[in-house]
Write a protein that binds this ligand. Sequence first.
Ligand code: NAD
Length: 482
Amino acid sequence: MAVRADNLDVRDDFSLLIGGELVGGDEWLDVINPATEQVFGRCPAASATQLDEAVNAARRAFPAWSRLSYEDRSTFVTQYTSVLAEHYDELAELLVREQGKPIAQARAELDSCLTQANDTVELEIPVELLVESDTHRIELHYRPLGVVGIITPWNAPAALALGSLSSAVYIGDTVVIKPSPYTPLTTLKMGELAREIFPPGVVNVLAGGDELGQQLSEHPDVQKISFTGSVATGKKVIASTAATLKRVTLELGGNDPAIVLEDADPKAIAKRMFFACFVNCGQVCMAIKRIYAHEDIYDELCEVLTEEARSARYGSGLDPENNLGPLQNKMQFDKVIEIIEDTKQSGARILVGGDTPDRPGYFLPPTYVTDIDEDHRLVTEEQFGPIVPILQFRDIDDAVRRANGTRYGLSGSVWTADTERGKAVAQRLEVGTAWVNQHRAISAYVPFGGAKESGIGRQHSVLGLKGYMEPQVISVTNQESG
Ligand code: NAD
């Protein structure tokens, strides 16, 4: 068990999970509650030796685990989601304390990943018949890869860990999970609960800093990295995996455009658009990060979105009345403040928000900006915070060109009364997912991932599951014809 710290005000009941054992570490990671800026929890940080132990445990567990049937493994996963559901309130509160999001959004994160895990294990990966003749039969099978390293960011730690974990173990891989050092605690608790269900070594959880992620990516006994995080780190991960030619799924950042056509009704869509901009304080890979509004509805859209922002409440995520929590960490908070300052200096117009409240916690109000240049960093970068530009267009070709004028390509949306026209515009967006009249809708049955620099590969659906597997051709002919 982890060694207990002396400071009783700070929660320290967290352990690493290695080979079915809950263990401590030689060093500790402090975890800050972003609503108070105080350390509220600490957990062991894994050493390079413990990483080796975890990978070895996963490697040893792999042969027996991968030989089980899909049905047997799906039972393990659903038993696991039941145990997680029994600890729902405890996990949701811990998630709020370490991540900052409002309690309703923490619950929504847990709800969606539990549903997604349960739905994932309903998916089937059938053998594909490629050629069949009197003499030949060629089939395409999919085999599990071995040990998968799962590296997650701080914005949705529970969902991103469980999403990759459930996919990987369901198809027969074993896993070593490394959450962000900013938000390791919910994932460690999920590891503790995984110990009650999975055979030793199938699921291992290690907290640690960026260097642990790099060591995991380089490890010769890891066959795949499932990485979720920023574009910059994704590029480092792919470099680290090159020496061993690991398989990778990279789920990276986005700069999602939302195009609002002239026939859209601003009042009807305002609440959904506001939520898609500012859920989790804008710290969502697929949040709306730029709005392109047709000139005919531009003023009205600005008005209704401003109204939504004015009526939103921000503050501690534990207060159910609040719709926005704090930014998750000081680095992100400072970055967004810098963007706000740059925006003000550029002469752009702040419609609502834009101030930096003088209070503890990394809080910023929801902010909409207009009259901003297309090449301003608020438009070109992934801001990952509660400030969104509203830009005007007259001609749809121009809007599509500007929406696509980015190295990002995660997702985007089109808002219109005419769904057929919306679909036609959606098809022109260079993104992994293009929604019409919605944004951020995901499910276990639908692949999700980025085009361009927003990622490689897909999560979820059969396509996503195949990313955790190696295709294998089985080509058979009879003795006489071979
Ligand atoms: P980050 O890239 O800084 O860190 C992500 C994880 O990578 C952390 O666990 C970190 O410790 C680890 N890491 C850092 N350096 C590493 C290295 N050299 N090798 C291996 N691992 C390393 O990202 P973040 O700031 O925690 O998260 C925010 C980013 O994540 C945003 O860009 C957001 O859009 C993106 N994101 C993408 C998706 C998606 O599905 N596409 C989902 C959520 C978040």
